[in-house]
Unconditional design. Structure first.
Lengths: 285, 242
């Protein structure tokens, strides 16, 4: 029973990681950009959300409704103003740019919000749970998993069925050939980053509901997103989703073995995948 | 005849390496112009420079009478220049129809309308309709070339650039692909053909330019130019091309 419980909690935890990993997989898949500031953006959006909630007395879903458009706009501006200048065949310039952005964001957040930990009041949502066959399942983690599944499904459908999704896949396969077919790569990139950061608008609300956030927390979120994407296979949305589940389960099972072993167990699975199947569990060789 | 494209003293290159020296080429409406020359003569570089894939000064390339040198590639497509690139450059991981749809998605937003539709293209290349759902990487070379040509046509071009479309294909497939060009020209679309096969280039074009080491060494009406002249222009000496 204990292990079934660990499995269930792991999948629920994976729902949270999937919300980080989707945007990272999208940006890597389309532009070969590893966005080092990904975790800091989650924290920045969380802190903005917490301030919105306390200033205007907004509930968590009202905060989400405000945060997601803000995140979309922020991603679009980030790509147009910064990343479109450094994106290219060489991954190093964009890596350095996002690394610099990460440092700048952390210091900016310290300046505005101080180093204190904060969280978003959920009106009791965060502590409610349901019991199924002797296993207690938190309501919030279930919502997180459902939203993560919905986002993955939506992203996948957009990529396969929509005009913009086709342009994005074309640019991902061969950006020069896409331009030769009339696709404006810079607009496609701006939309891709807008979506990637927009998804973090959802993640930020859930992250600050389920635990506390502080300006220096971005690094851990980045690592989880990165590990999930590597485990699943770079650049595929369902791969990122599945990788998040594997990471969540590894951490939850590790935690049952020994509470100190939880996070480490996730890292070990990540390293094993990297060593034995570097293309990821669901990636093509 | 109205001039569609002209280059004036076009120079272009890659970093420190200059690949084109003062190239003057002109193409009129509905005309097919062949560009021949040995490997490394600058034919593909010329197409890349026209397509906005290499930095060139605005005045060096005129399209429809307006200076367009250095215009971003996607804007050139919007203006009416499409390319069948060397090596086909299909979108791997996507089906035949999705590859073609990328072009339709974009050209349907252009102000300029054209006559090419998916069904018309499938009439031209029936095999593509059969393979519509197949990923492009599992097609044969000839079929891939058809997708690449189809993708360019669905951009509704007024000028079509073809970069070695016969390369690596069986003679029967080459004939099948070249048979499409008259139909393209019948729409008033001009063509620039970069071709290694001199005989093929001559028969499919009205005029030809021969390039050597980044310069145009010979130009004239395709039917009037002799093999001896081409041989001299091709190699810069007194060789003949068999």
């Amino acid at each position: 029973m204990q292990w079934v419980d660990a499995l269930v909690q792991g999948i629920l935890l994976g729902g949270m990681y999937a919300q980080y990993a989707l945007g990272m997989a999208l940006m890597f898949g389309v532009m070969r950009i590893v966005n080092v500031s990904h975790g800091d953006l989650v924290i920045l959006l969380s802190l903005i959300g917490i301030s919105l909630a306390s200033s205007f007395g907004l509930g968590p879903f009202a905060v989400m409704a405000a945060l997601v458009p803000l995140a979309l706009a922020f991603g679009w501006i980030l790509q147009r103003a910064v990343l479109n200048r450094v994106v290219g065949e060489d991954p190093l310039p964009s890596l350095i740019a996002t690394f610099g952005l990460s440092l700048a964001l952390q210091n900016l957040m310290l300046q505005i919000w101080s180093a204190n930990s904060r969280s978003l009041p959920g009106g009791g949502l965060e502590s409610r749970s349901i019991e199924i066959g002797g296993i207690y399942i938190g309501l919030l983690p279930v919502i997180v998993l459902l939203v993560a599944t919905g986002l993955t499904l939506g992203l996948d459908l957009m990529l396969k069925r929509m005009r913009f999704g086709r342009a994005l896949r074309a640019a991902s396969a061969d950006v020069e050939a896409a331009a030769m077919t009339g696709v404006n790569p810079k607009s496609v990139y701006a939309m891709a980053t807008a979506i990637a950061v927009g998804i973090l608008g959802f993640a930020a609300v859930f992250q600050s509901l389920r635990s506390t956030v502080a300006p220096a927390d971005g690094g851990a979120q980045l690592i989880y997103a990165f590990e999930a994407v590597i485990i699943g296979g770079m650049g595929s949305v369902w791969g990122a989703f599945a990788g998040s589940m594997v990471l969540g389960i590894a951490q939850a099972v590790g935690f049952r073995i020994d509470p100190g072993f939880g996070v480490l167990s996730g890292h070990i699975v990540f390293l094993l995948v990297l060593a034995l199947r570097p293309q990821g569990l669901f990636g093509r060789a | 005849m109205t001039e569609v494209l002209s280059t004036h003293g076009l120079v272009a290159g890659y970093g420190d390496f200059q690949a084109l020296y003062d190239v003057d080429v002109e193409v009129h409406e509905g005309e097919a112009v062949a560009l021949i020359g040995a490997n490394g003569a600058g034919k593909s570089t010329f197409l890349r420079a026209v397509m906005g894939l290499l930095p060139v000064a605005p005045d060096m390339v005129h399209f429809d009478g307006a200076p367009v040198g250095g215009t971003p590639t996607d804007r050139m497509v919007q203006k009416g220049v499409a390319i069948v690139p060397e090596g086909r450059r299909l979108f791997t991981g996507m089906s035949v129809s999705d590859n073609l749809r990328v072009a339709i998605d974009q050209s349907s937003r252009f102000e300029r309308k054209g006559c090419w539709t998916l069904s018309r293209l499938y009439q031209l290349f029936p095999i593509l309709e059969e393979k519509a759902r197949t990923p492009v990487e599992s097609l044969s070379g000839g079929q891939q070339q058809m997708v690449s040509i189809g993708r360019a046509l669905l951009c509704q071009p007024r000028l079509l650039l073809c970069d070695e479309i016969s390369l690596g294909l069986a003679p029967r497939v080459v004939r099948e692909i070249y048979a499409v060009l008259p139909e393209v020209r019948a729409q008033g679309t001009s063509i620039i053909l970069v071709e290694q096969d001199v005989g093929l280039a001559k028969s499919a074009s009205d005029r030809l330019y021969c390039m050597l080491e980044g310069r145009v060494t010979l130009s004239g009406r395709s039917e009037e130019i002799t093999r001896e002249q081409i041989g001299e222009a091709y190699f810069g000496g007194g060789h003949a091309v068999g």
